[in-house]
Write a protein that binds this ligand. Structure first.
Ligand SMILES: [Zn+2]
Ligand SMILES: [Zn+2]
Length: 338
């Protein structure tokens, strides 16, 4: 049995520890992936802090996995050794529950998440079921693909299901890990793209990412500025503040919709009469399936969209995690494994 390096958490709230483990075997319906890169996501704290019901320890975190298939289990068709693949938040589904029977795999009652339901990508090898795989295009690097498998797919999939059409005003609230990708997607999807963030120093970055307009929420009224453009068809809320979202909903145009992808414990307050008379709505959006991930990767490769990343070797995972969680990293942190 060969051995590998992995970074695991031994108990809820415990440190990320570099350990040696047996290389896992691919069972029926699974592939083994030689990990090349794995992104660090804020949701990895669910694993590290044990904030997920039924989570078992020790556990290797990581659900932004990019690598190469290194072995295939029995019964696997359509995937071969040597193929580049990614695994994101959608790490498997049962295929039998009511939601799966309706084709809504990402909301499967027994949905699996790498790094939570089974060991994830902070390791040299990971085993995943075939339904979790996304093919990575040749001209996309592993380090760039990794964050697209969670932060990328979430914004891409929310925008493409938003109902906005080419030329519509689409605002991205927040230019962080999610938002800096959301601005790029919105621009490349053909929307009249507005970036909203705090401070004038983000204006240049917003333009660089492709925004046609920039709103500095510290000095400008978001509703006033969006209404000057005719109101937003869509506001993609990537911030993690209910208050910040509440301050923006007034900028929706007729039939406009706010889509929430950033998580906050604060509620969002909406002006009810305005919502009724403008036929406004508000919606949450949960990521997508492995097929949606693959679409995200292809669209990104075709249109030159890349995450802004800082890279760390696997051995420095604990430091990289702290950098991501402390907000020290501006956008996304990626572990280079191979
Ligand atoms: Zn994530
Ligand atoms: Zn299911």
């Amino acid at each position: 049995m060969s051995r590998m390096k992995a970074v695991q958490v031994e108990e809820a709230g415990g440190p990320l520890q570099l350990v040696e483990r047996d290389v896992p075997e691919a069972n029926e319906g699974q592939v083994r992936i030689k990990v090349q890169a794995c992104g660090i996501c804020h949701s990895d704290s669910l694993t590290k802090e044990g904030h997920w019901p039924g989570l078992q320890f020790p556990r290797v975190p990581g659900h932004e996995i990019a690598g190469v298939i290194d072995a295939v289990g029995a019964g696997v068709e359509g995937w071969r050794v040597g193929q580049r693949v990614g695994v994101g938040w959608h790490g498997g589904h049962c295929g039998r529950c009511a939601r799966c029977r309706q084709g809504d795999f990402v909301l499967c009652e027994k949905a699996q998440v790498p790094g939570i339901s089974y060991d994830g990508g902070y390791a040299q090898f990971v085993v995943a079921p075939v339904e979790a795989l996304a093919s990575i295009p040749d001209d996309l690097s592993d380090a760039d693909a990794a964050p697209l498998l969670c932060a990328g797919i979430t914004t891409f999939n929310a925008l493409r299901h938003s109902g906005a059409r080419a030329g519509d005003v689409v605002a991205i609230l927040g230019i962080g890990g999610l938002g800096h990708l959301g601005v790029q997607f919105a621009r490349k999807m053909g929307f009249n793209t507005v970036a909203i963030a705090r401070g004038q120093d983000k204006a240049a970055l917003a333009k660089e990412l492709g925004a046609h307009h920039y709103i500095d929420s510290t000095t400008q009224s978001i509703p006033d500025e969006l209404n000057k453009l005719g109101g937003a068809k869509v506001i993609l809320a990537t911030v993690t503040s209910g208050k910040a979202m509440s301050a923006a909903v007034g900028g929706l145009g007729l039939n406009g919709k706010m889509i929430m992808v950033g998580i906050s414990e604060e509620p969002v307050e909406v002006p009810i009469a305005q919502f009724i008379m403008g036929r406004h709505s508000i919606q949450g959006w949960p990521s997508g399936t492995s097929a949606d991930s693959q679409d995200t990767l292809v669209f990104s490769a075709l249109s030159g969209i890349k995450p802004m990343i800082e890279e760390f070797p696997l051995e420095r995972a604990a430091e990289a995690y702290d950098r991501m969680m402390s907000g020290g990293a501006r956008f996304r942190v990626v572990l280079k494994v191979a």
